[in-house]
Design a binder for this molecule. Sequence first.
Ligand code: AQP
Length: 330
Amino acid sequence: MADERKTVFSGLQPTGNIHLGNYLGALKNWVRLQDEYDTVYCVVDLHAITVDYDPVKFHQDRLEAAKVLMAVGIDPGRSLFYFQSQVPQHSELAWILGTMTPTGVLNRMTQYKDKVAKGVAANLGLYSYPVLMAADILLYRASLVPIGDDQKQHLEMTRDLAERFNNRFGEVFPIPDPLIPETTARIMSLQEPGNKMSKSDPNEKSRVLILDSPDDITKKIKSAVTDSDPDVRFDWDEKPGISNLLEIMSGCTGQSIDDLVAEYGDKGYGVFKQAVADAVIAELASVRASYKALDDAEVARLMTKGALDARQRAEGFQQEIRKFTGLSGI
Ligand code: AQP
């Protein structure tokens, strides 16, 4: 029987160790959505090579990312899960969508501008990253895309491209909606709470990794930059460091920010930071245990199988695109 469920798509770049921002902003939703939707998740390795990388390390990082995602709860038995580069239809659709993308739109993409401003070499792949991201999503006719706040602008561009394609060639793509968490959409760096927590930040103390030991988690949370006024209050302008920790604790425990402020408001930063660290350790304990139980060879085997299944499904969808665009006969 045909699968009537709506399709969810999302991807993660294997650009380094997966952190609490990735987890609270996107991955928790990825896992949850597997119960209700037809879920397609991808380690987006083609996106990751838009920045400088070492091929040997990259090959290991890619498998490691797949392993951590499985430990977090991505289940290849319930989700289509694979490496993007092993499904060439992503790149084919990206080319077609690229022919419909005004360069003026790409010139407005803030992530590209931010990366280049930070010294990342400007190249065509980095510049057209949002077009490939649109292809990733639209290839599977996805209707929902769980992402953190930093990907919102790219998703808006995906929606515009879907409409543009539908108007030009016929109703092919659903217009995908973003799924962005209310409180943990942008987890900030522990050292510079004005910047988002990021895999590529050179300061390792800026982020908690999904696989950090309980000791490391405690040390990193305790050394998080805060301010000198001892009240625990939610106020991004005056107290960005504490507001970030409140969001992290709320994301890990499910307690509201108001409840946390009521509980820790006058307890002092020492007690509050310890409670945040305990909450993060408790949240990530099962991920660490699952990771230890996973075997690299089995992860690689499951990813190969995922790619075979994804290629078959993607080819069916791409045949339709080729017909609509005149690249094959109707
Ligand atoms: N700090 C964050 N807070 C909330 N969500 C976040 N995401 C990333 N950082 C945060 C979300 O995680 C998903 C996977 O992200 P990605 O690997 O595709 O790339 P990214 O958004 O560029 O994440 P990083 O960690 O900052 O990587 P680098 O340093 O390589 O650029 C996405 O849904 C993202 O929104």
